[in-house]
Every structure is written in structure tokens, then in C-alpha cells.
Design a binder for this molecule. Structure first.
Ligand SMILES: Cc1ncc(COP(=O)(O)O)c(C=O)c1O
Length: 390
């Protein structure tokens, strides 16, 4: 009999919602995907991006575990620090896998936010690491806050090697607030946990007051600040992410040496995109500004359609990012609502449980959709919800 690693789950089919979506699509029925987070299918593009890949130096191969100096210099020019502080990888997801290898032994824990990005169980599991949740809580009118007592208990109780901060978090749209940051730095100083700060949505500020600061360059504990082209330019297909390392000198030097071994083992980033990075970064401000405009317009539209007057629905405060959360009275489970929306309204949304919300009554919607389609979807959502409550 064939034998496989325990790191992988047993054979799984699609969940009910996934199967229904596949079925609806194969029938040719029009479905509005209010969970779409693929920039390409939402009509977002970067003029001239493909052309940047035809760089004269791409024919030469000069392997460097950190990524070619030209690309790292462009990153330090834009985000600060020196070119040596940066390591390139094929994506943020790959950066996580390298960092879990760097920081954890099999069976060790890393702390991840809940509600949060659903890929962590896999990212951690594939490195034989446990993703242990810490709680974020929402009290109207928000914002979401990290439950710092819970975080501390989890850190001490699990002996976690790293704390993952998503800044701002997906799907809660919450940045790490200044007082939370201070408490976290103290906790990490005390326990030795490294910080992995995922900042792929950092520049997409919506309702936060003022632009929150990056963790990049923070010097008192070991910090890995992650970012990449996937969200900064809506180019996940270009496969380029990076991390910026900082921290106390001795720990930093050791982390760099060991990370070089990991990165050198894979050398996974392609030369075309590394050579193109300076030209691509020059396009980032325009892309971010245009997309922020769309995100804000869609958030305003969602509030106008769902949240006006004495509406029983609520669009939760969304400080930044590409996703908003909607709260509705619990007349059914999130799964029943999502299935009903798909079957009866031709609308696909992500139920809250995809992101491990603590209870039913939430769904998540993507704000990157083209504005006309987004408002059409929101109208359908409102009338379906109204029908359930009638
Ligand atoms: C918080 C967060 N980090 C990272 C990623 C993935 O980025 P990449 O394409 O660079 O792996 C996503 C994708 O949605 C995300 O939501």
C-alpha cells in the first residue's frame, strides 16, 4: 500500500459550498463572486508590467540566496534599511514556510490571529508546526482589538516560537494598534518569540486614522516583515515576495546565516521578475492609489446598501485591506446563508467560518470587485437577507 506523510490531511473532496459553486458554474449559470480576491479577474492591471520582464540582464544567472542585489537595493530604497536586510522569495506564502523552518522544530507552535487567513493550518502543517490561534475581538463600533491577555496566555502556554501579526489582518481589516504593538514587543522580549509581520495589505488604509507604521526595521526583537507583488501591484502571477529582517545584532546575524542556507537550498525566485523589480516598484504608488479609491467606494457602497437607517445588518469597521466583514442576525448558520445565497440569488460569499469566526452571523466580502458588479452583488445580498428576516 502507498504510504504518505502525516503532514497532509486524508483525501478530501470539496466542501458542500465548494461543490455547489462548481456545480452552478458548470451549469453555465451567472454567479457573482463577492469573495473574488484575484486582481486579474477583477479587472485590475498594471500598465506596462509585462514589458518590465524583458530586462537585458535576465539571460545571465548569478545565484544569490538573498536575491539579486539590484532588486534588494530597490527595496531598501523604497522601504528603508540596507539591501542586506532583505531576502526575496517566490511569494509571501513561501516566506512563511522558510520562516517556520528557520524558527521551529517539528511539533513547535506559532501563534496566528483568529479570525484570520485560512491558509495557516496548511502552511504550518506542511512544516510539521502547529498553528495556534490567538483571539481578536470586536465591540461595536470597533475596531477589532487583539485580546492581549489571551495572547499572553497562549504564548506562555504553548511556548510558541513565533507570533504572526497580519497588519492589517484579513478578513477583519484591523491593524496592530500602537498600544498593542508596545505590549507585543514586551511579550516577545520576555518570551523570545520572533515576530512575523505580514504587511501585504499595509498601504491599503481605509478607515484607520492615519497611516499605521510598518514593523520593518523594528530593532528590539527579531522581526521578519513580509510583503510582495501579489498585493502591492496585484500581480500574484509574477511570484515575488520579500522579507525584511531586523532585531538585536547577535540574533539577527544568526537568523541571516541560517536563512541563507534555506534560501540557497531552493533559489526559487526567477531572474526576470527580480530584474524587473525596480521598474515594477516605480508603478506601485499609482496602483495603490487607484485601488484604494475602488476599495473605499465599495466600502461606502456596502454601508449605503446594508448599513443605512435602522438596518439589522452591519458592515464592521474596516481600517484597511481588501476585505470587509458583514454581521447579520443569526436566523440561520453561515453555511445555510452562503448556500441559500448561491442557490437562490446566484451570489457567492465567504461564510465567517472560513476565517474561523467564533460564532455564526458573519460573512466576508471582497472589496476589490469592479464597482458596478459589487453594487449589483450587494443589492442581491440585501434582498436575500431581507427575505430571510421577513
Ligand atoms: C494576509 C495574506 N498574506 C499573504 C497572502 C498571499 O500572498 P502571496 O501571493 O504572496 O503568497 C494572502 C493572500 O490572500 C493574504 O491574505
Amino acid at each position: 500500500m502507498a504510504q504518505f506523510s502525516d503532514r497532509l490531511p486524508g483525501r478530501q473532496g470539496l466542501n458542500t459550498l465548494g461543490s455547489e459553486l462548481a456545480l452552478a458554474r458548470s451549469s453555465g449559470r451567472r454567479i457573482i463572486n463577492l469573495a473574488d480576491s484575484n486582481p486579474g479577474s477583477c479587472g485590475l492591471s498594471v500598465p506596462g508590467a509585462i514589458e518590465t520582464l524583458a530586462h537585458a540582464d535576465t539571460g545571465r544567472y548569478v545565484p544569490d540566496p538573498r536575491g539579486i542585489p539590484l532588486a534588494r537595493e530597490a527595496l531598501s530604497g523604497r522601504f528603508g534599511g540596507s539591501a542586506r536586510d532583505y531576502f526575496l522569495s517566490a511569494s509571501t506564502s513561501e516566506a512563511y514556510s522558510w520562516l517556520f523552518k528557520l524558527l521551529c522544530n517539528p511539533g513547535d507552535a506559532v501563534l496566528v490571529p483568529k479570525p484570520g487567513y485560512p491558509l495557516f493550518d496548511y502552511l504550518a502543517g506542511l512544516e510539521s508546526v502547529r498553528a495556534e490561534p490567538y483571539r481578536l475581538e470586536y465591540h461595536h463600533p470597533g475596531p477589532w482589538r487583539i485580546d492581549l491577555d489571551h495572547l499572553r496566555d497562549r504564548a506562555l502556554g504553548t511556548g510558541a516560537k513565533a507570533l504572526v501579526l497580519i497588519h492589517p489582518n484579513n478578513p477583519t481589516g484591523s491593524y496592530v494598534a500602537l498600544d498593542e504593538r508596545q505590549a507585543i514587543l514586551e511579550l516577545c522580549g520576555e518570551t523570545g518569540m520572533a515576530i512575523i509581520a505580514d504587511e501585504v495589505f499595509l498601504p491599503y488604509r481605509l478607515e484607520a486614522e492615519g497611516q499605521p507604521e510598518s514593523f520593518g526595521g523594528e530593532g528590539c526583537v527579531l522581526v521578519f516583515a513580509l510583503d510582495g507583488l501579489s498585493k502591492m501591484l496585484g500581480l500574484p502571477q509574477f511570484k515575488l515576495g520579500w522579507m525584511r529582517l531586523s532585531g538585536p545584532a547577535a540574533a539577527l546575524a544568526e537568523a541571516e546565516d541560517k536563512l541563507e542556507i534555506i534560501a540557497d537550498t531552493y533559489l526559487s525566485v526567477g531572474a526576470p521578475v527580480m530584474n524587473a523589480l525596480p521598474a515594477l516598484l516605480a508603478k506601485a504608488d499609482t496602483f495603490i492609489q487607484d485601488l484604494r479609491f475602488r476599495l473605499q467606494a465599495n466600502l461606502d457602497c456596502a454601508r449605503a446598501i446594508l448599513g443605512s437607517g435602522d438596518s439589522p445588518y452591519r458592515v464592521l469597521r474596516c481600517d484597511g485591506g481588501w476585505t470587509a466583514m458583514v454581521e447579520y442576525p443569526r436566523v440561520c448558520t453561515d453555511e445555510e446563508l452562503s448556500l441559500g445565497l448561491l442557490r437562490e440569488a446566484g451570489l457567492y460569499v465567504h461564510p465567517g467560518y472560513f476565517f474561523d469566526t467564533e460564532r455564526d452571523g458573519y460573512l466576508a466580502i471582497s472589496l476589490i470587485l469592479e464597482q458596478g458588479l459589487f453594487s449589483e452583488g450587494l443589492d442581491l445580498l440585501r434582498s436575500h437577507l431581507d427575505g430571510l428576516l421577513a
